[in-house]
Design a protein around this ligand. Structure first.
Ligand SMILES: [Zn+2]
Length: 181
């Protein structure tokens, strides 16, 4: 799985992330196959938008239907991390609802913005190769993960699994009271 982003769209994503500061920006990527053709910025509906994002389902569906009229499909979902690395947080992993759609994260942690794409498949996170360039003969960005990044992803995924377990246990009914003979 890979994703191809032209310079124009790359710049749009970074501009949106910067405009949204100090909040997280979010939106969808529409395109054909693995090629992004449009960046659609959507409102961050989270009550805590500085550290979290929510794309309202109606807005998402509307953007997808609108894209279909132009022959475009959903090729990615994006959001920004104002002060964190471009890797999925525990919340990102827990709340991911599109296992087949790449999640693009724009990080403004450092002076030079960074973008990375991920597959979040029911708690399993794998990098999606992201190409940035204007032609198919593209300059591949070498998205080799550092050891620290790998560990961070594994930890985030573990915490997500643990939280899901804790939540499911807390939803179990209490055990029946013991009756003495
Ligand atoms: Zn995030």
């Amino acid at each position: 799985m890979q994703l191809w982003l032209k310079h124009e769209h790359f710049s749009t994503l970074i501009a949106h992330a910067q405009q949204a500061l100090p909040q997280e920006a979010c939106g969808v990527l529409l395109g054909v196959g693995d090629e992004v053709r449009e960046v659609i910025a959507l409102k961050n509906a989270s009550p805590t938008p500085k550290t979290h994002y929510i794309i309202e389902p109606q807005r998402l569906i509307h953007a997808i239907i609108d894209g279909q009229k132009r022959g475009l499909g959903l090729v990615g979902l994006y959001h920004s991390h104002p002060s964190a690395r471009p890797i999925p947080s525990t919340t990102d992993i827990m709340e991911a609802q599109y296992p087949d759609t790449p999640y693009v994260i724009i990080s403004l942690k450092q002076a030079k913005p960074k973008i990375a794409a991920w597959h979040i498949h029911y708690g399993t996170v794998t990098p999606v190769a992201l190409y940035i360039g204007d032609t198919r003969e593209r300059d591949a960005i070498d998205e080799k993960l550092s050891r620290a990044q790998k560990i961070a992803i594994i930890l985030a995924a573990l915490v997500a699994v643990l939280l899901v377990l804790v939540i499911s246990f807390s939803l179990l009914p209490p055990p029946p009271p013991l009756t003495m003979p």
